[in-house]
Design a protein around this ligand. Structure first.
Ligand SMILES: [Zn+2]
Length: 684
């Protein structure tokens, strides 16, 4: 591992922060914290922390000795000074005299001694940082270090690799007890330059930022070199099918299998993030991958991301894809049963009241293909994949020099169910459509874009399909929530298929279709040329059918229901003069919606239509509004609000109707009218 310290960068950071009133110690603390945080093999998504001991002034001008220590929720790679809240040292040091201190009291002690009460919670490892005398303390979960400590005989190995340069601390759950023992280990030999925490990670320290950082990189390199020099040949590889299925073939099956069934056709769905590389495949093709996965996480902090460890499933045979869903489901069932047993066994050991978290895996290893991270959002799914890559790094190293033996699951349990760890995740309250994927055709138009925005605001990830890829990307950006834009001519079945493939590649599947794209052609029906009518049917009927077919194909593989929503327009029930080319295929689409409701209701797939009218959009442009209102001799405003309510209907109103239909779990074969009231077009 490369030492990234650079004098010029360090000086620049000190100078830049000095202008903002941040002292040099803290500026350098920010500098090396970012260096550590930028390397996934050291710290990942909240695992690891740093501190420095300095002085700070409170609001009334009193100056205090403080510990600036990483705050919860901050990513070390992009940390700022406010991510290192200052805690008064006096109180922290006094706590060492206590014989016991509960986690809740420890948090209270830390919070009540913050210089700025608005700060985030100081790290759960704050006391450990405080009890060590050094000005700068760095802590990581380095994968190379984990390869050494995740061994049966780790104590002897640590001694062999690091000699007396690092102290050895046996595994203790982070908190007050660990902090005391770590301090005692240091005091037994104050010449050590750091501490190895069994089954957990490494601390290094120094008088200045550079020394602590240099030592971290140095000992990580010692560990890396030991693994490289002493690694034995790799384990045997599993036999793979002659022809492997593609990731997109199995992603919806897997995504459906890991959804949490809430009963009566209701599911908490997850997003799947597929990831692969030569290194991933080389490792997961091991003949003993299932057994390695079963041994657990490489450092306990990972349990909040991937629970008790990954799930491994067999490589998918392209010629036996029909049987593969059952294979996946049986593996998921076993994982969930094992998880439940793990919970029940360990929960019974004390009187603490806990609710079991959902028992679904968060990381699935598929030999031959790669791995899928699962999470309620794309962000969480990607975090699970990131964590998976580092799990592989650590386990590969551990297996090369011995046998990967991480923390036991009994010891892991109190950490996974620790209130302080769960607090890290508590801020992610699910929204009504969290975990769901919506694909919207005509997604960059007025109605499509408004629908994408509303669905994304309600937690869905939107796949915005539009003829114009740039506009699709723009609408995705406006929608937010990691939505994506896809350019496609959806009257071409291959391009439609590619749009759905993209949804599967990015999110793992599709739950909601908003089949919205349309265009109007005018002409008296008796004189309309065939080509125009057929062209209109291609977009206003067949594209709806092709979108629905693709959606249903994926939904059936997921087996978690779904909903098809069609924009059918008022024309479907109430023809307008010279508007046959538009209205006739829309009428067919209205019945298409009902046909899907009928044919797929038994699979939990709902199908509904929205009948909108007179919406300012690409179909009804400002120029058209001016010309039509002029032709009728009314103002534009009168024309647009020419309905029973006397109010203009907007794209946002249509989006609300789609959202309602998506959320109304017992509504199918429905038509929702969004036209401000038009008796001639009212459904009977
Ligand atoms: Zn740690």
């Amino acid at each position: 591992m490369k030492n990234l310290w650079n004098d010029a960068d360090a000086e620049k950071m000190v100078a830049d922060y000095a202008k903002k009133g941040v002292d040099g110690d803290l500026a350098l603390r920010v500098y090396t914290t970012r260096l550590l945080g930028g390397e996934p093999r050291l710290v990942l998504h909240g695992g690891g922390n740093t501190s420095c001991k300095t002085r700070a002034t409170d609001l009334v001008g009193d100056e205090w000795d403080v510990l600036c220590v990483k705050g919860s929720g901050w990513d070390m790679a992009v940390i700022e000074p406010q991510g290192l809240p200052a805690v008064k040292m006096g109180a922290l040091l006094k706590a060492r005299a206590l014989t016991e201190l509960s986690d809740e009291d420890m948090v209270a002690l830390q919070r009540s001694n913050l210089i700025d009460p608005a700060s985030p919670n100081p790290s759960v490892e704050t006391l450990l940082h405080a009890f060590l005398p050094h000005k700068f303390v760095d802590h990581t979960h380095s994968t190379a270090i984990l390869a050494i400590v995740d061994q049966e005989d780790s104590k002897a190995l640590v001694k062999r690799v690091f000699g007396d340069r690092l102290g050895y601390v046996p595994y203790i759950k982070p908190g007050f007890d660990l902090a005391k023992v770590a301090a005692e280990v240091f005091e037994a030999d104050p010449s050590v330059e750091g501490l190895i925490l069994d089954k957990h990670g490494i601390f290094t320290f120094g008088d200045d930022a550079r020394q602590a950082y240099d030592r971290m990189i140095h000992y990580v390199n010692v560990a890396e070199e030991y693994v490289a020099k002493n690694g034995k040949p790799k384990a045997a590889k599993a036999a793979l099918p002659a022809k492997l299925a593609r990731p997109s073939d199995i992603a919806p099956m897997l995504r459906g299998a890991v959804a949490v069934a809430r009963g009566e056709g209701r599911f908490d769905r997850m997003i799947s993030d597929f990831r692969t590389s030569d290194a991933i495949i080389d490792f997961i093709n091991s003949a003993k991958i299932a057994e390695l996965a079963g041994r657990g996480v490489s450092t306990p902090d990972l349990s909040i991301r991937i629970k008790t460890g990954p799930m491994a499933i067999p490589a998918p045979d392209a010629d036996k894809l029909g049987d593969y869903k059952a294979v996946i489901r049986s593996h998921v069932e076993t994982f969930a049963k094992d998880y439940q047993a793990y919970f029940e066994t360990n929960d019974a050991l004390d009187d603490v009241k806990r609710a079991m978290l959902d028992p679904m895996p968060r990381l699935t290893l598929v030999p031959g293909l790669g791995m899928f991270g699962h999470g309620r959002t794309l962000k969480d799914a990607k975090i699970a994949s990131d964590v998976g890559e580092m799990w592989i790094e650590a386990v590969r190293g551990a297996e090369a020099i011995g046998n990967f033996q991480p923390l036991s699951k009994a010891d892991l349990f109190p950490l996974e169910y620790w209130s302080l760890e769960q607090a890290k995740l508590a801020s992610n309250k699910p929204k009504p459509l969290t975990g769901q994927v919506v694909l919207i055709t005509g997604g960059a138009g007025a109605i499509g874009a408004a629908t994408a925005k509303l669905f994304a605001a309600n937690g869905a990830h939107a796949v915005i399909v539009d003829l114009d890829p740039a506009k699709a990307a723009e609408a995705a950006k406006a929608a937010g929530n990691n939505s994506i834009g896809v350019g496609a001519d959806i009257t071409d079945p291959a391009e439609m298929r590619a749009a759905f493939d993209k949804a599967v590649a990015v999110y793992g599947g599709v739950d909601i279709l908003v089949s919205n794209a349309g265009a109007a052609w005018e002409g008296r029906i008796g004189e309309l040329d065939d080509a125009t009518l057929r062209k209109s049917f291609e977009l206003n009927f067949f594209a709806h059918q092709s979108a629905a077919q693709n959606a249903v194909r994926i939904m059936l593989e997921q087996d978690t229901g779904g909903v098809l929503l069609f924009n059918t327009s008022k024309q479907a029930v109430n023809p307008g003069p010279k508007f046959g080319a538009y209205g006739i295929p829309k009428a067919a689409t209205l019945f298409l919606s009902r046909q899907y409701a009928l044919d797929y209701g038994a699979h939990g797939i709902r199908s509904n239509a929205v009948n909108a009218d007179r919406i300012r959009s690409g179909l009804l442009t400002d120029a058209m509004i001016a010309s039509r209102s002029g032709a009728r001799g009314v103002s534009e405003k009168e024309y647009m609000s020419g309905n029973l309510l006397g109010q203009e209907v907007t794209a946002d109103d249509v989006a609300q109707a789609f959202l309602h239909q998506a959320l109304a779990e017992r509504t199918t074969a429905d038509v929702t009218t969004v036209d401000g009231g038009n008796i001639a077009a009212a459904l009977r």
